[in-house]
Design a protein around this ligand. Structure first.
Ligand code: SIN
Length: 200
């Protein structure tokens, strides 16, 4: 599998065609996919095997705009992407999928995300190369950093075809807790959301 390293920034929102050309899966029966956001808890694709995994050097941040799932073009939601951070560990779920599954995944992750190849570390000490969808800084749907209170205020008002942005964050926080992942950023946004008047 050709290795791809983060850095490029697509000029338009729809990265489907770019992603199709990024890795050559010919002759490959299965590929590991690492999910760190909605791919942890919304599993709408077939998989052969799944297990918790971590990647090193990346932190989860709610800095990517969502125009197609948890927001609209007029009012994008905020969803997860990864930003480089030395020695950081990001916990998620790895799925072993067939190459055909990427047609669905590329469509689902089309709003600025590009496929990258990374090393996934499993709890049993093994590791493997896998695909990770990352929305890089400066992509067309990028919203960028803000403090957790601001992010929560934004999230509280956004919704799109996949549901409310608030629901995205609460589901992600619950899934991370179930995984035993300590994610200060996501948990802080969750706490802000829960602290808002009328929040459950
Ligand atoms: C992922 O879950 O790995 C990508 C970001 C998302 O769909 O929330």
């Amino acid at each position: 599998m050709k290795r791809t390293t983060p850095g490029s920034t697509p000029a338009n929102h729809d990265t489907t065609a770019l992603n199709r050309a990024r890795q050559d899966f010919s002759g490959v029966e299965s590929v590991w996919l690492f999910g760190y956001g909605s791919l942890i808890y919304k599993v709408d694709f077939p998989y052969i095997e799944r297990k918790p995994a971590t990647i090193r050097g990346w932190s989860r941040r709610l800095w990517q705009g969502s125009h197609d799932h948890r927001g609209t073009f007029e009012h994008p939601g905020r969803v997860a992407t990864l930003v480089p951070e030395q020695d950081a560990l990001c916990t998620g779920i790895a799925y072993r999928v067939t190459p055909a599954t990427f047609a669905h995944l590329d469509h689902r992750e089309k709003n600025g995300y590009l496929r990258f190849t990374m090393t996934l570390d499993f709890a049993d000490g093994q590791s493997a190369e896998g695909i990770v969808y990352i929305a890089c800084a400066g992509n067309a749907a990028w919203l960028g950093p803000a403090n957790e209170a601001e992010i929560a205020r934004h999230v509280a008002t956004a919704a799109g075809p996949s549901g409310s942005n608030r629901d995205y964050v609460l589901k992600l926080a619950r899934a991370l807790r179930e995984l035993g992942a300590d994610d200060r950023h996501v948990f802080a946004v969750e706490a802000e959301l829960r602290g808002m008047q009328g929040a459950a």
